[in-house]
Design a protein around this ligand. Sequence first.
Ligand SMILES: Cc1cc2nc3c(=O)[nH]c(=O)nc-3n(C[C@H](O)[C@H](O)[C@H](O)COP(=O)(O)OP(=O)(O)OC[C@H]3O[C@@H](n4cnc5c(N)ncnc54)[C@H](O)[C@@H]3O)c2cc1C
Length: 421
Amino acid sequence: MEISASGDRITADLLVVGGGISGMTAAIEASEFGKDAVLIEKEPFLGGRVVRMNQYFPKMCPPVCGLEINLRRIRTNDRIKVLTLTEVTEVSGQKGDYEVTLTVSPRYINNNCTACEECEKVCEIEVDDEFNFGLNKRKAVYFRNMAYPSLYVADPDYVKDPKFKACVDACKYNAFDLDQQPQTVTVKCKGIVWATGWKPYDAAKLDNLGFGQYDNVITNVMLERYSAEEGPTSGKISRPSDGGEIKKIGFVQCAGSRDENHLPYCSGVCCSASLKQARYVRAQYPDAEIHIFYIDIRTPGRLEDFYQELQSDEKVFFHRGKGADIKETGNKNLLISAENTLTGELTEHEVELVVLATGMVPNAATDKLPADTPLDDWGFLLPDAPSGIIGAGVTNRPVEVAASVQDATGAVLKALTAERS
Ligand SMILES: Cc1cc2nc3c(=O)[nH]c(=O)nc-3n(C[C@H](O)[C@H](O)[C@H](O)COP(=O)(O)OP(=O)(O)OC[C@H]3O[C@@H](n4cnc5c(N)ncnc54)[C@H](O)[C@@H]3O)c2cc1C
């Protein structure tokens, strides 16, 4: 790959925006096809939302299984250049001949870092950990799984804090560089794949379902973090209000999805995600009852086997009904009211913890995309954009990992053949 001496101009075949599973796949596929790719990611780590999962369906393996193999393939690949902490500022040109301006934010840590942890140990500044949805605190200097490069990163909001000096002083390797400034990098490329993925729907907008109001109402993405060994509770699923054990848990499907007032579409993965999470709970609490409130269960293709397996579990109860209302009872338990969508019958169930199965909102819906890259009504990228930019994964539609990988592979071909049209 052609990179100028100052490192601020790069020539490549493909630019991939977003370093989740879709973006990583796109960069790898391009390289295996004999093309040079620049992969950019706004976070200091790769892997996107999948890194925040505890396990992934259908195989129920931890995300590191697939992601670390990809990470290794990227690290040892001369055809891929990765820039983390990086976002697109401007795109000009057209299919076959783009010039893209990137802004690389400072990490404040240089390559001397050995990830020895000493700076983190002495750091007195603690902030909500966004990776764990604020369920715990992290330090102002920290390390993430899948960090790229494999270095610590300093929080830009705190590097000037007088207390931060202790972190710098603790470093034996001279790895802090607090004078780092944002850098501008220009990429000349022929094709662009946009793979910026999704964020969870904001459950606080669902005022009838008690999120943010009642301690023991959490969301599906939070349950992934509670279940993960390296998560805020070291993998223990318990009631946030008192750390108590779970005897009965309720999953409220389509929380905000397929709802004209929130997300009119189905996110396609939430049913399978709740079935997977029911298994996390079963593994920790063999006697716990799991109640799933649903409009209809959508488990396309091979995921149907997964559904059938859970249906035969005597501790898992499926209730046809959209969760209409959640109220707290005296002991911080929760009363779920649901209306059967076929019979109209109203039911009420008391549980100790509620998990809202919220859907996926494309980041493209709120990001500023380059001109002539139209989105549908919900913020997913439309095919055949005049700008020639090709979407991949959840940028295009709500899909699971396997479909994201397939999508990314196809996107590379489309982005690179676009140069000839
Ligand atoms: C509760 C829940 C559980 C799930 N569990 C499973 C499961 O078990 N199995 C399964 O197959 N699927 C599961 N999924 C779906 C899975 O999360 C998605 O298929 C997957 O995340 C799609 O990957 P992606 O790369 O398209 O997007 P993402 O994972 O969102 O990655 C996008 C990347 O782009 C980066 N980015 C965003 N904006 C910018 C920008 N402007 N510039 C640069 N970078 C940017 C992000 O930081 C991120 O790293 C689940 C989904 C939910 C909601």
